[in-house]
Design a protein around this ligand. Structure first.
Ligand code: ADP
Ligand code: ZN
Length: 724
């Protein structure tokens, strides 16, 4: 037999079908190991046929991988083909989306793994001060007991091996026993649906349109509706995919899912170790688990016979991929829903303008939930005018009313959440004498001061720099910090309320698999009074004792030069406000702004989604912005400036031809440097377009695929969420 094989190398030169001889046990969708250019590389079987045009003496033989089932099922293969054609990327790249990384790297599933266990308490170990990884691994083992070495090696490279040499650790081989959420305890499941929820479920099941938009205010019980739909599918023997923004897999959500579905659900997300992710994936592939839950990549789950696909918080920007292929989760979900003839349910309190437009025009069904469960009112939002605070001589980050409310909240033994979309201690370090701003060497962005580590960090590449004692340009010693971050807020709060227990949640405090989980759990157990955080805390959490939410800088996201900044701000404020007063106590929100007359803020404070939408959609129509047009950015990046410019020239030349041949399809066309000229030592250029007619898109993708050279990456972004 002959197998048509795609080799797993993501390069355009090798992006074609190769014929190989194969044994009968190899079927379509199998992974194989193929001799290729003197090496053996992994590959995928796309088709099986009787004969090949390649002369038989030139045909090599592929070896099968010991998988019990072919890795890719028919639906995945078909979907991969569609995505490859749509985004014009090497086939290997799209196929990779469907497999957990551990499988791809060629490692076969291990049934035995190494586990480490302490033989000596950490306190009795003699470790040198610089042995951070040994210390880290030992501490982790002391707190968590026996642990998979693969996980430890990932987080603390070399730590376990060094500890074992010293005799502090025992390593044993054991059957895999990976249960990613063993610390999650089950809570009572299943509630009786309210009449509103019942009506929603009924409509979703009966309406014949594929896409169903569930527009429900925060706390209206959308999650319960999703779970009911999933349970229904399970009863009918069908499978489901439930997508949430990564951060929404909160302790509450996890325990709810566990209680309800047990081992029927596989939870996939980036915080799992490769081994854990593999196991969860495998359970889906074999059909042992019928529910895939996870962030956007879970849309590629190897499930068959889908009954429903759910995208919660559908407006969330994490649903667009930022690496090739830059797919939009909704588009992939729609392809799968159509193929399976199942429903695609979108849920949000603040649907994206594009989605809502399609729903109001009748393309999607629209189901509204206007009340919170048990009729609890939405929290009252008070605007604090920060201009007036400054005039009154208050230069702190907290307005008078916020301080008053905080005091009341603490006195009553309730909890508060303070929200600021900026991590670190202060935004930038500036020399007062010459105006020097500390910048990252690899990226064209300013560095953020982190006081706890006394260092400067780049938030784009993660590089750390020593704190400056003098200005490197002029030698001046008057360095100031500008812009307040979450660290600074937490420190200032502690000064104001010395006895308050303050927690901070941002990218700096949530590393590790259970980073988020631990902080949220501590707060949920009322072991802290105030939670300070970035937008991470905005989504999906349900803390009954929170009665006050403070939004410290509501203007932040309004001033990005992005057509979606109004929409983002409205969404963010609504989400954050929704965290307050979810249980018996009435909730309050204080929103601080330097721009109290701003329309978006006014719509947000009155929870007027429709008002916001009408206003926004007429603006977009007047300006011809999405959803009335499509923004396309072609981004050229690479380490060598010259090669980038060459690629840019090639792609610009091809695109310009499209533009001059089809002037009526373009509203805007220009090439320029990207706003951030360099990130992680890569130069960045862009061609920016706005299309009134998207029929030209395939040609744009084709032009870009051609212009790609060895040293420059050319990628196409549609309505990019991030234009930096
Ligand atoms: P949303 O996702 O719309 O913001 P949630 O699903 O988080 O809302 O529900 C808000 C709260 O109401 C949660 O605490 C949830 O447990 C509770 N809840 C939801 N449905 C019901 C119901 N039918 N009966 C009682 N409580 C419910
Ligand atoms: Zn950097």
């Amino acid at each position: 037999m002959i197998a048509e094989v795609i080799v797993d190398i993501a390069a355009s030169e090798t992006d074609r079908i190769y014929d190989y001889l194969c044994d009968d046990d190899i079927v379509v969708g199998s992974r194989v190991r193929a001799p290729f250019g003197g090496k053996t590389v992994p590959g995928f079987v796309m088709r099986i046929k009787e004969t090949s045009d390649v002369p038989s003496e030139k045909l090599k033989k592929v070896f099968s991988c010991p998988d019990e089932l072919p890795a890719l099922n028919a639906e995945c293969l078909a979907l991969a083909e569609k995505l490859t054609a749509r985004y014009r990327v090497p086939k290997a790249l799209t196929l990779r989306l469907f497999l957990p990384s551990e499988m791809r790297t060629g490692k076969v599933r291990e049934l035995l793994r190494n586990y480490a266990e302490l033989t000596t308490p950490v306190a009795e170990m003699k470790l040198s001060k610089t042995a951070k990884n040994q210390f880290g691994a030992a501490t982790y083992l002391e707190e968590n007991g026996k642990t998979d070495c693969a996980y430890l090696n990932n987080v603390y490279p070399g730590g376990v091996a060094a500890l074992e040499k010293k005799g502090y650790v025992r390593i044993t081989k054991e059957q895999i026993l990976r249960d990613p959420y063993k610390t999650v305890t089950a809570e009572k499941a299943e509630r009786t649906l309210t009449p509103d929820q019942q009506r929603a479920v009924k409509t979703i099941c009966e309406d014949e349109r594929t896409v169903q938009l569930l527009h429900g205010v925060t706390g209206s019980g959308k999650t319960e509706i999703y779970l009911t739909l999933i349970a229904k599918c399970l009863q009918e023997g069908k499978s489901s995919i439930f997508l949430v923004p990564e951060i929404s897999l909160t302790p509450q959500m996890l325990s709810q899912l566990r209680a309800r579905f047990g081992k029927q659900a596989a939870i996939l997300h980036s915080g799992l170790s490769a081994g854990e992710r593999f196991d969860e994936w495998w359970r889906l592939r074999t059909g042992e688990a019928k529910i895939a839950i996870g962030a956007r990549s879970a849309i590629f789950s190897p499930l068959e016979n889908l009954g429903v696909i759910i995208i919660d918080e559908e407006h969330d920007s994490s649903y667009s991929s930022e690496s090739a292929p830059r797919y939009n989760t909704f588009d992939v979900a729609l392809l799968r829903a159509k193929r399976n003839a199942c429903k695609l349910v979108l849920g949000s309190a603040t649907p994206s303008v594009e989605t809502y437009k399609r729903a109001t025009e009748g393309e999607f069904s629209l189901i509204r939930l206007t009340k919170r469960i048990n009729q609890k009112p939405l929290p009252e939002i008070t605007i604090a005018d920060m201009r007036r605070e400054v005039r009154r001589g208050n230069n702190s980050a907290f307005s008078g009313v916020l301080k008053e409310e905080l005091e009341k909240c603490l006195q009553e033994g309730n909890q508060a959440i303070l929200f600021l979309n900026r991590r670190g201690y202060s935004q930038t370090v500036i020399c007062k004498e010459c105006g020097y701003v500390a910048k990252c060497e690899a990226c064209d962005v300013s560095l953020t001061y982190h006081r706890d580590e006394n260092c400067l960090k780049c938030h784009y590449c993660g590089m750390k720099y020593n704190m400056l004692s003098a200005c490197p340009d002029c030698g001046g010693r008057k360095l100031t910090y500008a812009g307040t971050g979450t660290q600074r807020i937490a420190a200032d709060l502690q000064k104001l309320y010395p006895s308050a227990r303050i927690l901070r949640m941002d990218n700096d405090t949530t590393s590790g698999k259970e980073g988020h989980y631990k902080i949220l759990k501590t707060f949920a157990e009322k072991k802290a009074d105030i939670l300070v955080g970035t937008q991470m805390i905005a989504k999906g959490h349900d803390f009954p004792a929170v009665t006050l939410v403070g939004i410290l800088d509501a203007d932040m996201s309004l001033h990005f030069s992005d057509y979606r900044s109004g929409e983002r701000t409205f969404q963010l404020l609504t989400q954050v406000a929704g965290r307050s007063g979810r249980a018996e106590e009435k909730g309050k929100v204080v929103l601080q702004t330097f721009d109290p007359e701003n329309e978006v803020l006014r719509f947000a404070t009155s929870y007027d989604y429709q008002g916001f939408y009408d206003n926004e959609v007429s603006l977009r129509a007047a300006m011809m912005f999405p959803p009335f047009a499509k923004i396309v950015r072609v981004l050229v990046t690479g380490e060598e400036d010259k090669k980038c410019v060459e690629a840019l020239r090639d792609v610009y030349f091809a695109l310009e031809k499209l533009y001059t041949d089809n002037p009526d399809k373009f509203l805007f066309f220009n090439k320029m440097r990207a706003p951030i000229k360099r990130i992680q030592n890569k130069f960045r250029y862009q061609v920016l377009m706005r299309l009134s007619d998207t029929s030209i898109l395939p040609d744009i993708y084709a032009a870009c695929a051609e212009a790609r050279n060895r040293d420059a990456l050319v990628s196409v972004e549609e309505n990019p969420t991030n234009l930096s």
